[in-house]
Write a protein that binds this ligand. Sequence first.
Ligand SMILES: [Zn+2]
Length: 233
Amino acid sequence: MKALYCVLVASVVMILAGCGSVQKPGARAGVEALSLAPWRIEAEADADPDDHRPAELHRPVLLMHSTPPRYELTRSPEHPNATGKLDVPLGRRWKHIVIHHSFTESGNEEIFDNYHRNHNGWLGVGYHFVIGNGYGSDDGAIEVTFRWEKQLQGAHAGVREYNEHGIGICLVGNFEHGHPTQKQMASLVALVNYLQERCHIPTSHVLLHRHIKNTACPGKNFPFYRFISLMPH
Ligand SMILES: [Zn+2]
């Protein structure tokens, strides 16, 4: 009887020890920032970065953009000017481009990366690209995130297909109230033209977040028809 008891206790200890080595979603200790642990990708698959709304990023400063700029946009055959590795070898089947706004008045890749990492428990910033508005990074600056550099799936759409095969581009700003800047739109056109050519993505697959999910993102003031008229095909 005592022997049986010892076996039972030993079994329980072994099971507990085994469970202890399993990382649960949200657990962070000992996990490399770029770890590709399956549960982490799983946890991000339905992620929606529109939840990042740190109060410190909401400043009234951008109310100056409450009237739309006179957008002078042309189709851009030029290589987009980006901070980071844009020309990396393609490592995924990219089928869509999904455009977001940050819903914050200011921000940049690093700020969103910190927020998505620390508040959402993700690998890092959910988008592949962030385009600045002059408050947090230069107006029109394209920041290439680790998700594009390492060809990882995004955590931006809230829909699995579009996270796994959609390139997420975030424009800093709140376009429910304000408007994207001229330079942001020019950079977006150049970047999307580049990505369409590079990844063979048709214009019908260049989408706003609200086209695929019940959200206002990227805001009612995003000039979608003006923008889409500048896509190559
Ligand atoms: Zn969005």
